[in-house]
Design a protein around this ligand. Sequence first.
Ligand SMILES: NC(=O)C1=CN([C@@H]2O[C@H](COP(=O)(O)OP(=O)(O)OC[C@H]3O[C@@H](n4cnc5c(N)ncnc54)[C@H](OP(=O)(O)O)[C@@H]3O)[C@@H](O)[C@H]2O)C=CC1
Ligand SMILES: O=C(CO)COP(=O)(O)O
Length: 342
Amino acid sequence: MANKANVAVLGGGSFGTVIANLIGSKGEAVNLWMRNAERAEAINSTRENSRYLPGRKLSDSLYATSDLSLAVADADIIFVSIPSQSFREVIRQAKRFIRPEQIVVSTTKGIEANTFSLMSQILMDELPENPIGVISGPNLAKEIVQQQLTATVIASEDERVRSAVQEILHCAYFRTYASTDMYGVELGGTLKNIYAIASGLSAALGMGENTKSMLMTRSLAEMSRFAVQLGANPMTFLGLAGVGDLIVTCSSPLSRNYRVGFALGEGKSLEDAVTSLGEVAEGVNTLRYVKEKADEMEIYMPLVSGLYEVVFNGAPVSQVAKMMMLNTQSSDVEFILPRDDS
Ligand SMILES: NC(=O)C1=CN([C@@H]2O[C@H](COP(=O)(O)OP(=O)(O)OC[C@H]3O[C@@H](n4cnc5c(N)ncnc54)[C@H](OP(=O)(O)O)[C@@H]3O)[C@@H](O)[C@H]2O)C=CC1
Ligand SMILES: O=C(CO)COP(=O)(O)O
């Protein structure tokens, strides 16, 4: 039976299902929209998303549907968990069913091809009257479904969005912290995917803990530098959506981006690494778009440039790493000692 649900989640992959299930587990009626009608029916009859979360029993309050109009009809909040390359297309399909008072929240960590838009910018373009927000943080879907203690960030300039999302997601194993820096929070979640690929690569090559720590910390320096040039607040990168998400994604084999890097480090081709995942790894496209943007804006991003050479031009990691290590010495925290003064 269809839910008269206060919440809709668009996207029946790993994260969409997990967010819908978390809300459902609180006893809230939630509709999970997916494009595949057979899969939706199977979820309703078996209480399992066998494609993305095999073996995990889903809440009885979750109703899966391939009917977009029905999914969003009664929702106060609509979460959108669709990979970045299809995000605008899905919002365009949905927008005729969405009313201006409905809150729309992206969970997607990626950049649109050609426009360099983040998902909040797509939401503002397509749904200019709706209150919008983004959630981002160290949020591995496969840990949330096991009810591992987890926190995320809801970022929105609209206080009503922040408090509605905090309330709907709050439970004994999930906390939601608030921010007004939507762009910074989103950029944090998006950029760290690049460095997760680099971390997976370095792990596969047997690099030590010193190397991993250097890589993560210099990644944070590089992503903050880029974000500041694009107008985000660097302080956001000290929070869950910056350093928090960077740590989890650069450390865990549950991260798909880390796994792509690991597979590359084992000698697999990029195509094999991506297809064997069977899920989205946003970092591959993000690397491409950020490299272009950094070149265009002349932003110094040696890790992005080096990784780009390895991933897309087959450069040997040892050669790229040596070049970086022998590069001109620089400052540690450039907000204290500017790079040019070091
Ligand atoms: N998984 C995680 O741990 C986390 C993921 N995220 C972010 O959430 C976003 C979604 O990721 P996730 O759910 O993990 O990805 P998955 O690869 O697990 O699933 C993607 C989902 O999107 C659907 N989809 C893709 N294109 C379309 C389309 N054109 N129309 C309708 N549905 C479409 C797929 O449908 P189909 O199965 O039919 O192909 C699938 O249900 C990503 O940006 C990711 O970075 C954020 C935090 C954590
Ligand atoms: O964003 C994530 C964890 O916060 C999920 O990372 P992956 O997309 O690399 O699996």
